[in-house]
Write a protein that binds this ligand. Structure first.
Ligand code: FES
Length: 100
């Protein structure tokens, strides 16, 4: 599936991993060594917010559960956002974790 690169608020790479479709990108990032903070864990705060730098078309904003608050067009809530199951092999998604 898609490769996901996580950068922190300074733009430094914090983790990179091959994504799976059935888990949030935030949880996968945490497992890969980028401890993106979660608070609610259900898409109702902004603690886990990430700016999508690349690959927005391969993300499903509400893959894991419904989004309860509005975010900017280029942002996702990483606790509920997942990679689309049909994302082509080898594509790259880059997320800047604002609170990391
Ligand atoms: S942890 Fe609250 S929206 Fe993700």
């Amino acid at each position: 599936m898609a490769k996901v690169v996580i950068t922190d608020h300074t733009g430094t790479q914090a983790a990179a991993f091959d994504s799976v479709a059935d888990e949030s990108v935030g949880s996968q990032a945490q497992d890969a060594g980028a401890p993106i903070p979660f608070s609610c864990g259900v898409g109702a705060c902004r603690t886990c917010v990430c700016t999508v730098k690349k690959g927005k078309e391969y993300l499903d904003r509400a893959a894991i559960g419904p989004q309860h608050i509005d975010v900017e067009e280029d942002e996702i809530l990483s606790c509920i956002c997942g990679v689309k199951a049909d994302a082509p092999e080898g594509v790259e998604i880059e997320l800047l974790a604002e609170n990391l």
